[in-house]
Design a protein around this ligand. Structure first.
Ligand SMILES: [Zn+2]
Length: 547
């Protein structure tokens, strides 16, 4: 799973009612004999080995992992579905690094210039195209910086933004449904709204509400992580807005400096945000200068794509797409200056292993529709490989009937329930419910909506192309009444998620991994053999937003 980027949103605290642990699960009613625990273990141990050096996008270790997946596809008898008759679809990428010491934010106030401190008061990403930028412009506060017709919400209404720096809060109105809100309040959407209203830069302001969920300091380990995106046929990075010549993310202190002398005190704005009341924009006094230098490198890294052909002469022209990201974080300097390998056993060697074993099981049974298996690159850099594939599919876009994404199943206890992010938006929900039930597992609602997980993994890029998708995760209930599944889940999240310790020597519960795989097999079998292709729910937000 990719990390939470600061522009992303959060909502209300966890709803305790959804976190009831310890409910007695039903007995497992169907066997998991279709799945070999030994195979799952083998894939994870290979992909998470130190020699692959954390499978960083574009690295040699990633390429070895890619060759491994291609070889497994080949052994299973799946046909290549990448480019030029191969299993590989090369994704052209650009990587940008901020030149050390070049990030600057100066506020020009009536009381004189205020130079903010990096990174204590602000963080800044490099630009994907320009080597050197310095932008000075007036400031306008635009609330959350969101335009959403569905909620009759337009933060830009009545504001003069042309040629100015748009200043916006992180997050979005907390009354909105979480998944819709996570989409509308994503950094990508907010950049787009700003650019479309003529802004020349953005300043994103942290809030006390967001600080509780994603403390500002949590950005520090990622300060020097390069920014990356895929390039279209003209060499332009995806979702790049050239008119936005600067952006910065301010902590609470720096925000207070920025709002000194504002017509509405920042405290009042924060209070409205916390209480779910409307936040209105206005012209801010003063101006700001944003500056940075960025260096660039072009590279490429493959998605690995295979197809299992369906048997029905007509339906075989339709594809169910399984996706799982193969990349992880690579090698990062540890606290003591030594190199730490981020092996990514759970994130996401486990997802790849489950996809491969799903392929093995599905390949042994009659299926009417075809199945595409896509191991994607660049997920940790911002869902890049999936974005590239969804926009440049190797089958017709309309032929992709659904996406099932596999990313970091937390397999450290005998889970009794699963969460299906995205299931509330299409009739895939009933498919998942049935598939889980067949494996003795229940489907429960998202217990952590404030994490906005719906927009944090690869299925979201398929959703953005109008394709119904789900992302299945293990829930918070353990079959073992002696254990609190939520505590174990959160412990994994805190101690091992995006840490060097996410490696194959974790106590991975392979029996649970097999059950999780079985559920994904059941889902695939159902989708491939049902008469009608999956459909968005009538009038669903996501069904309408991208079609
Ligand atoms: Zn991750």
């Amino acid at each position: 799973m990719s990390r939470h980027f600061s522009e992303l949103a959060c909502t209300a605290a966890m709803s305790a009612s959804l976190l009831l642990a310890g409910c007695a699960p039903t007995e497992i009613s169907s066997s998991t004999s279709e799945v070999s625990q030994a195979q799952l273990r083998g894939h994870i141990e290979f992909l998470a080995a130190d020699s692959l050096k954390g499978r960083d996008t574009g690295s040699v270790g990633y390429q070895v992992a890619a060759d491994y997946v291609a070889a497994e596809f080949s052994k299973l008898g799946l046909k290549p579905a990448g480019n030029s008759g191969s299993y590989f679809q090369e994704v052209p990428l650009v990587e940008a690094r901020r030149v050390k010491g070049s990030a600057g934010v100066t506020l020009h106030t009536s009381g004189g210039d205020v130079v903010l401190q990096f990174p204590q008061q602000f963080t800044m990403r490099p630009d994907l195209v320009e080597a050197s930028q310095q932008l000075t412009a007036d400031l306008v506060f635009v609330g959350y910086g969101i335009v959403a017709d569905e909620y009759d919400h337009d933060d830009y209404r009545g504001l003069e933004v042309e040629g100015k720096i748009a200043v916006m809060l992180t997050g979005r109105p907390q009354s909105w449904p979480t998944e819709e809100g996570a989409h509308l309040g994503s950094g990508r959407q907010k950049a787009r709204y700003a650019a479309e209203h003529g802004a020349v830069g953005r300043i994103i302001v942290h809030t006390p509400r967001d600080e509780k969920v994603f403390p500002y300091e949590e950005n520090f380990p990622y300060l020097d992580v390069p920014r990356m995106n895929w390039l279209d046929g003209t060499g332009k990075p995806d979702a790049y807005w050239p008119q936005l010549q600067g952006d910065a993310f301010l902590n609470l202190d720096a925000a207070a400096e920025l709002f000194a002398g504002a017509p509405t005190p920042l405290e009042e704005i924060y209070q409205a945000d916390t209480e779910g009341k409307p936040v209105r924009g206005f012209e801010l006094p003063g101006a700001a200068t944003l500056s940075r230098q960025s260096s660039h490198r072009k590279l490429s890294s493959p998605n690995i794509v295979a197809v299992l052909e369906g048997s029905d002469p007509k339906l075989k022209q339709e594809y169910l797409v399984y996706s799982a990201h193969l990349d992880h974080l690579g090698v990062i300097k540890g606290e003591n200056g030594e190199d730490d390998i981020y092996n990514g056993a759970m994130d996401n060697a486990a997802g790849i292993a489950i996809m491969l074993e799903t392929a093995r099981a599905l390949q042994q049974q009659p299926l009417k529709r075809s199945v595409l298996f896509v191991a994607v690159t660049g997920e940790e850099k911002g869902l890049l490989g999936a974005g590239y594939y969804a926009r440049n599919p190797t089958v017709p876009r309309d032929a992709m009937v659904a996406n099932i994404n596999l990313d970091m199943p937390v397999l450290v206890f005998p889970f009794a329930d699963v969460i299906a992010f995205g299931a509330d938006h299409s009739n895939l929900k009933s498919t998942v419910e049935k598939a889980a039930h067949q494996a003795g597992i229940t489907l429960t609602p998202d217990p952590m909506p404030e994490q906005a997980i719906f927009v944090r993994s690869d299925h979201y890029r398929f959703v953005q192309q109008g394709i119904p998708a789900i992302y299945l995760a293990t829930g918070f209930t353990s079959k073992n009444p002696e254990e609190n599944g939520e505590v174990l889940w959160q412990k994994f999240n805190k101690e091992h998620y995006h840490q060097a310790s996410d490696q194959a020597d974790l106590p991975i519960d392979y029996e649970s991994a097999a059950i999780f795989t079985q559920i994904n097999i059941n889902i695939g079998r159902d989708i491939c053999n049902q008469e009608q292709r999956p459909a968005w729910n009538e009038g669903d937000f996501f069904g309408r937003a991208f079609n």
